[in-house]
Write a protein that binds this ligand. Sequence first.
Ligand code: ATP
Length: 572
Amino acid sequence: MDPQELLSLCRRRGFLWPAYDIYGGLAGFYDYGPLGSLLKNNIESHWRKLYVFEEGLHELVCPIIAPEPVFKASGHLDAFADMYAECRQCGESHRADHLADGLHENPAALSEEELGRILEENAVKCPACKGDLSPPRRFNLMFKTSVGAGSAKAGYMRPETAQGMFVNFPQIYRHGREKLPVGAVQIGRAFRNEISPRQGVLRLREFSQMEAEVFFHPERKTWPRFDKVKHEVLPLVPNDGSPAALSLAEAVSSKVIANEALAYFIWLTHRFAIDVGLDPERIRFRQHEKDEMAHYAAECWDLEAETAYGWVELVGIADRGCYDVQAHLKHSGADLTAFERFDEPREVVSEEVKPKYDAMGGQFKGKTKALAERLSALAPDVVRGKSEIVVEVDDERFAVPSTCFEVVTRTEKAAGEKFVPHVIEPSYGVDRILYSVLEHAYRKKDDYLTLTLRGIMAPIKAGVFPLMPKDSMDRIALEVYDVLVAEGISAHYDESGSIGRRYARMDEVGTPCCITVDHQTVEDGTVTIRDRDSKEQARIGVDEVVRWVRSVVKGDSPGPDGGFETAEKRGN
Ligand code: ATP
């Protein structure tokens, strides 16, 4: 299919509009129109249902802007960069690794020099005007801003929602009654100054993510419901070429998937994909190559969907090990550890930072007590080998020399041990999912367009029409409309144009059913209800409309106990 046809439908029918169009637009930014917003909400609500209500993860809303130390610690300041090459003729910038597609197995893993050599040897020119290109240069993708007036602090727009959850680990842990696994989720905007945004909403500079950060004991990466799904066989594409038709249990036992928790979240992502209406034949889980992974990941699987643009990553499911929590612990000095109680108290050797009050007193006077408390709270690894350590008290920064503290070893009977939790992260891109859902639902037959959206995704669940706006038909149709809306069902009332035209308008935006009030309704209280996909019509009582529409739009999966209804079963 031609993606331009779908994008044109999206523009015409209020799904997606290029942002700031009257000023010539701004590449990488899109508006969601009225129907796009409803579809986006439906995707996010279903995700919330699975992750928050069914899996019991805790939803947070964290700020979009974060101070520099957060991204210094996370590694984004140093490593979240792509390479670009600029055309010397037309001035356009291009992703340098994309220019080398087909010339190397994994161009993104090359250094600037290596990539530059490959582009030069192959005489690669500007794809837009065939001009000469500059050598590749690295470019950090975060948007920088400043916080406050005067001597403002540097801030960054978050490139992922994840960091807000890592820095809140102690709060999440406490909220979950100090038990692991525990997880947080966030649905919100993320910002990346992409070098060449393109392909509609597949590569944006401002987009929406739905992310979960699930914290585990490093040796117990399991999930309570894994047993219920372990026999499922999913479309896996491992990076070592091992057979793909494995059950999840087999994939874990043969180490194709590193652990049960990762396998469970791959399963949950598959369930979500089917629920939102992606075509089961056009999705797969591809394991990352070792040199393809982000700086934080220990293992990663992508849910990819086949689209007119090729296979596109919609979700990344990564085992991030202890990278993030450890990094924030080290940079902030805060205690981001979890605690596990032993069955019996055990003798354990531990280390701690001990302030030397004598040495500190003369130097820090009245601040000594507060500084000493901050020092004692630091992890030994943070201070080890440092000649001084900077500590903040009452908004003032103090450089405390190593003569003022020491790392001491203690042996004691302990009730348990502290450890840095590991994290498994399913990270979903809402915009790419929304586009793929639309593309997989797009049908064109003799210029007649239908979106076969699943009921739970459809922005409008029912069209309500009077055959003609007279003889009480319009009054009754408006009553039907009011009842549906009062029941929380999004409906659309339309009395203009031929009835065939009105059905066509609803088919084009994926409305699963339409209700028509005609002369017979006035006589016997029955209406016609029409199904979008079969085009079949039935005659039902007005009082049956709500129940009927509900059953048409339900299409919701009952969860791991009951399996899930696939688009195939519905005959999509
Ligand atoms: P890519 O390799 O395509 O740039 P990524 O691997 O950097 O993507 P992640 O950091 O894993 O992406 O982000 C998680 C999800 O966020 C992705 O699977 C994708 O759906 C979405 N996403 C990432 N970047 C963009 C973007 N520029 N525009 C729209 N969605 C995005």
